[in-house]
Design a binder for this molecule. Structure first.
Ligand SMILES: *Cc1c(COP(=O)(O)O)cnc(C)c1O
Length: 420
């Protein structure tokens, strides 16, 4: 469910008509609904309430959308954060997310990143290799602090999603191989400065079926038993993120958060651990659209080319993952047409859809890409010397520019360098 609806024939975000934002800020612009993201945060929190020991920690995966205003909204409804760089750590802290609600994931944490986040405080480092354990141990010992650790286990299950967002098979760089887990925990136990408290996993993104998650959780449960048999005190199980969002009528609907929560309760009953979740897309995916204007319609061999002013640099998901985004006119006439939809960037990969039947539009008309709140603006770049997309947050009848369209001056580089 989202808060983007037609009113009197004009697409609104909550109570704000989208043409008003396009006129004020220009296009392309991401537009986010505060009510939608807050609702999804509450739906997820409710879905897992009561699972595991104590309060589950819902740590929003900040990479999905790391705009400061978005983080502030989610902090306000009690979410924690899963961060993958010190930059994200700084952003979530300045948005008001408390250290004890932050987990730090990723295969390439540097010594400097470990040092800053350990000193600043966090709930847990999700460590992905024995080599990383050794570095973290040295950093913690040098600071005289104890780093709380969960080891990310790669359960080697197929997530049934796009290859580029599959993370939990033996061919992915993530985590410690399942069969090596006991040995890695044995190393961790003997290293100074570490408190090994948990197990973690994350098998992929935009998962539609619960089956691969359930299979991976079952393997994790077996591992918890084996680890306790070896004398490790495992008190935390971080189940990662990955639950998909609906992308429109033509796409398979993912399992609901409620069904996910029910499955989690069933599979984790008896684990005797606190549970951590790392949803990203589920929280913000449907809370955003990319608002764009049609530049022109160019005749094509099979279908006309609908050339919009958003491009692959603004929304990379189609070029990167073959993602499917529903497109709607902001003022639909009721007529339909079939287009190849492309942006202005000089790459054939700058194609949003081929042979897409959608609202008929013409030059100057506004169009939205739906479900663009996750992995949209956070992946945007300035390829072709395009300006970084603006972002707008809507809250009821009011709206605010929450990232200006970053200028060329900031992005251009230095023509007369200071040589050293
Ligand atoms: C990206 C990521 C997530 C979030 O995935 P979603 O599919 O957006 O829920 C969670 N955990 C880790 C470790 C990630 O890398």
């Amino acid at each position: 469910m989202d808060h983007f609806d037609l009113r009197d024939g004009v697409l609104h975000c909550e109570d704000v008509p989208l043409p008003l934002i396009a006129d004020a800020v220009g296009t392309p612009t991401y537009v986010y609904s505060a009510a939608t993201m807050v609702r999804h945060a509450e739906v997820m929190t409710d879905a897992v309430a009561g699972a595991g020991n104590g309060e589950p920690l819902v740590a929003y995966a900040a990479k999905a959308n790391s705009n400061a205003a978005v983080l502030r909204q989610l902090a306000g409804v009690g979410l924690g954060a899963d961060v993958v760089s010190v930059g994200e750590y700084r952003r979530v802290r300045s948005a008001g997310i408390a250290p004890e609600k932050i987990v730090f994931s990723g295969v390439g944490k540097t010594e400097a990143e470990m040092a800053e986040t350990l000193a600043g405080g966090l709930f847990q480092f999700n460590v992905e290799s024995v080599e990383e354990l050794r570095m973290l141990s040295a950093v913690a010992a040098a600071q005289g602090r104890v780093a709380r650790v969960g080891l990310r286990i790669n359960p080697d299950v197929e997530a049934g999603t796009h290859a580029k967002i599959t993370t939990g098979t033996a061919d992915n760089k993530f985590g410690i191989a399942y069969q090596d887990a006991l040995a890695a925990y044995a190393v961790a136990r003997d290293l100074p400065g570490l408190k090994v408290q948990g197990v973690t996993m994350h098998i992929g993104s935009q998962l539609v079926s619960l089956d691969p998650l359930q299979a991976a959780f079952a393997k994790l449960g077996a591992l918890i038993g084996a680890l306790r048999g070896d004398g490790h005190a495992i008190g935390v199980a971080d189940l990662g993120g990955g639950l998909g969002v609906p992308h429109g009528d033509d796409q398979p609907d993912p399992a609901s958060p409620a069904a996910y929560g029910e499955m989690v309760r069933r599979v984790t009953a008896g684990w005797d651990t606190r549970l951590v979740f790392e949803p990203g897309r589920l929280i913000v995916g449907n809370a955003g659209v990319l608002l764009t204007r049609v530049i022109r319609v160019k005749p094509g061999a099979r279908h006309p080319w609908l050339i919009v002013d958003a491009a692959m640099n603004d929304l990379m998901r189609v070029a990167l993952y073959d993602a499917w985004h529903e497109m709607n006119a902001v003022r639909p006439s009721g007529a339909q047409a079939t287009y190849n939809v492309v942006g202005p960037v000089c790459e054939s990969g700058d194609t949003f859809a081929m042979a897409r039947t959608m609202d008929r539009v013409g030059a100057g008309d506004l169009v939205v890409f739906r479900t663009a709140g996750a992995y949209g603006a956070s992946m945007s770049n300035n390829y072709n010397s395009r300006l970084l997309t603006a972002e707008v947050l809507v809250d009821g009848g009011r709206w605010a520019l929450v990232r200006r369209r970053v200028d060329l001056d900031d992005l251009a580089g230095v023509a007369d360098p200071i040589w050293r």
